[in-house]
Structure formats: structure tokens, C-alpha cells
Design a protein around this ligand. Sequence first.
Ligand code: IPD
Ligand code: CA
Ligand code: CA
Length: 259
Amino acid sequence: MIDTALEVAREAGDLLLERFGRLTGAEIARKGPRDLVTAADRDAEALIARRLREAFPDHGLLAEEGAGADHGDGPVWVVDPLDGTTNFVHGIPAFCVSLALVEGGRPVLGVVHAPALRQTFWGAPGQGAYEGDRPISVSVTPMLSEALVATGFAYDIDRLADDNLDNLAHLARRTRGVRRIGSAALDLAYVASGRFDAYWELYLHPWDVAGGAAIVLAAGGRITDFRGGDDWLFGKHLIASNGMLHDEVRRNLQPLKNL
Ligand code: IPD
Ligand code: CA
Ligand code: CA
């Protein structure tokens, strides 16, 4: 299954690379004031859905642009065909394809493929995590003051009580730095590979996190929701870390107001 997932992610990545920097205005639409969707998102998703349905006719599909909407208990492929759409539209190469197989509410394998960065991450909890063919693991940074951490912001930030801006200010003063790359899946892959020591975000969707989360867990990291529980795949908020820093990061984040 991992081989097929890697093959499908690479095919979708090639499609994205062909369109990168070449989109016309007519190929870019808005889902909200800041939330863009392009012909590349839709075409990559159609390709992925077709390939996964051919290869795994009994599996479900939950994909961002609506190619599938399964939430069942059987195996479900959770797909973000283009994570980092705003970067993609602005010519910034931090975008990727994210695929995960979810069973019993948990991702059991994940692939995050960033074609313009030539970086491919994959892993299965209990069976190891890789970047290309190299094994990866989370960092061993024990202190928040030496940690490089990442976060992101929801598209409707101006309408949210939990807008994450207090957290940004607070962690910026207590860490080595905070990054906002613009792709949740890459943020997670960078925790898995030890580049980032931790990552948190609110108002996420399962397709943003499923692939990268599988790889973080496979690489020895820890993931919880903001309350310290396990409801992070469908629960919209998540903290991922190297494990050692997890509780300290969580203590430094504001308790949720409305989420
Ligand atoms: C977005 C990216 C971004 C995160 C947003 C996501 P999209 O996904 O992952 O980093 O901050 O919350 O919605 O729209 O580019 O697939
Ligand atoms: Ca996404
Ligand atoms: Ca997307």
C-alpha cells in the first residue's frame, strides 16, 4: 500500500509541478475571502481519487475538494491534493500532496510529497519513517529556549476568538524561533524529520494533518489535541512534537475559548 501511495503522490506532484507558476487568473477561485482553490487542486485530486479507487476499490475516500466524503470505520484514504495552495498561487515552493490511510480513526500510513522542494516523507506508525530512502526521527531538543517551532493560521482568522495570535507572540519570546511555512502537512513532516521541534495549529481539517501525523508518530513523535487528549484527527486542533517538549509547549498555549 505504501508503494502505491508513493506512486500516486508522485504522479499528483508531477501534475502540480507542471502547473506551478503557470496558472491563469481563470484557474484561481475563492472559497472564502482568503481561501483559494485552483484548477491544480481539483485536477490533482481527481487523479489521486481515480488511482486510489482503482488500486483499492474497497477503501473509502475523504478528500478536501469533495472527490470523496467517507468517515466510516473501514479503511479510508484521507487526501489533501495540494496543501499550501496560497504558496502555490504566489510562486512559493512550499506545497505538497498529502495522503494517509486511516483505520479506526487513526492514520496507519502517510505520505507527504513536496515536488518543488524534491522532498518526500513517508511512514507507518510502528514501522518507521523515511525521507526518500533515508530513515528519519524526531529531534532530541529538550529545552523550549533551543526549539524551532512552527504554527499556522486559519483562513477566517479575523472571525475567530481562538485566532492563535497570542500563542504566536508568547512562543516567539520563549523559543529559538517560530515559522509559518503555509503547509500543515510539511510542518508535520518537518517535525518528523527533526527540522522543527514542535508544531501546533487550530481549525485544521483531517486532510491537512492525517498524512504528516502518521509520519510524526512513525518517527517517534507525540501528538495530542490542545487538551492533551487524542481527538486531534477530526478535532480541529493539534500539537505535534518530539515528545520531550510536548507538555511544555502545551502549557505555553492559551486554553481554547470557542473551539
Ligand atoms: C492550509 C495550509 C496552511 C494552514 C491552513 C490550511 P490548504 O491548507 O495547511 O498551512 O495554516 O490551516 O488550511 O488550504 O493550503 O490546503
Ligand atoms: Ca490543507
Ligand atoms: Ca488543500
